[in-house]
Write a protein that binds this ligand. Structure first.
Ligand code: CP
Length: 314
């Protein structure tokens, strides 16, 4: 099956078939990652720039590992070590990088819209690795992969996303991705952490009553409270947030017997998620999500740079 996308910036541009193709390609890369020698020559000769202008542990490291496992050349670039601190514009920076005949730019930036701007001014493929409060499409892909692996099917699952909805770029990609794949989505948050017009999120249900929603859910997706984006926290305290909305051991008793727990990381332990729940041996798939980050990012790199699902070389 061919893959007809140049960029991965907005998950709503992808169909259910496109997303399934990425998840199935990720599944094929699993065997590569479980060998002793975890490297294949598939993208040898391609050059990828990882432009991270905001901190990252998971996204950045998993892209770097994915690139190494596929044998492409990588340039790690961004933040305060670049000439942007001397006033060089984004466009001039991108044009400089493109003069090296690079093939792809993976970008994280605190400003929404930067990946699209880069795609407009460069001939390179672009992957959005998280832009402001807008989108984080590869996070949605790794989440879908992890849920698919845990549940066997995505269609018809009831997924609840709990927490800092208003500041979340994870939500910006995950809600439409879940809807595209046939899930029923409930968003759960205090009114102060909900967007002013929650209907634009596209979720099926919006509520501030976590106890009413929990017993129905197959997947409980806890969001990080984004302290760095909260200027003057619009709720009394982190302790009170934990009491009212945190996934605690008491609230586990309200969950379905086979419901799983997801979190994009990094976790604020004791705020949105108690350690007992984050490390729960049967329910938590948080470290599976981390591993899925490599598989799905390998799949995205491979398909965007022109590989077909059938052409994975050993
Ligand atoms: N989930 C996520 O994007 O984590 P990092 O900020 O560590 O990349």
């Amino acid at each position: 099956m061919s893959f007809n996308h140049k960029h991965l910036i907005d998950i709503t541009e992808y169909s259910a078939d496109d997303i399934m193709q990425i998840l199935e390609t990720a599944q094929r890369f699993r065997s590569v990652n479980e060998r002793r020698i975890k490297k294949i020559p598939t993208l040898k000769g391609f050059t990828v720039v990882n432009m991270f202008n905001e901190p990252s542990t998971r996204t950045r490291s998993s892209f770097e590992i994915a690139e190494k496992r596929l044998s492409c050349d990588s340039l790690n670039f961004g933040g305060s070590s670049t000439s942007t601190v001397k006033g060089e514009s984004l466009v001039d920076t991108v044009e400089t990088l493109c003069a090296y005949k690079i093939d792809m730019i993976i970008v994280r930036d605190k400003h929404a819209g930067v990946p699209r701007k880069i795609a407009d001014v460069s001939g390179a493929h672009v992957i959005d690795a998280g832009d402001g409060k807008h989108q984080h499409p590869t996070q949605a892909l790794l989440d879908l992969y992890s849920i698919w692996q845990a549940k066997g099917d995505l269609n018809g699952l009831k997924v609840g996303i709990v927490g800092d909805i208003g500041h979340s770029r994870v939500c910006g990609s995950l809600i439409p991705a879940l809807k595209i794949m046939g899930c029923e989505v409930t968003v759960i948050a205090p009114p102060t952490l909900m967007p002013a017009r929650p209907e634009v999120l596209g979720a099926d249900h919006v509520t501030c009553k976590i106890e009413e929603a929990l017993p129905e859910l197959d997947v409980v997706y806890m969001l990080r409270i984004q302290r760095e984006r909260l200027e003057g926290a619009p709720y009394p305290s982190l302790r009170e947030y934990n009491m009212l909305f945190g996934l605690t051991q008491e609230r586990e008793r309200m969950m379905k017997r086979d419901a799983i727990i997801c979190h994009p990381g990094p976790i604020n332990r004791g705020v949105e998620l108690d350690s007992f729940m984050a490390d729960h041996p049967e329910r938590s798939v948080i470290l599976d999500q981390v591993y899925a980050g490599i598989l799905t990012r390998m799949a995205a790199l491979y398909l965007l740079l022109g590989g077909s699902e059938d052409g994975i070389t050993a």
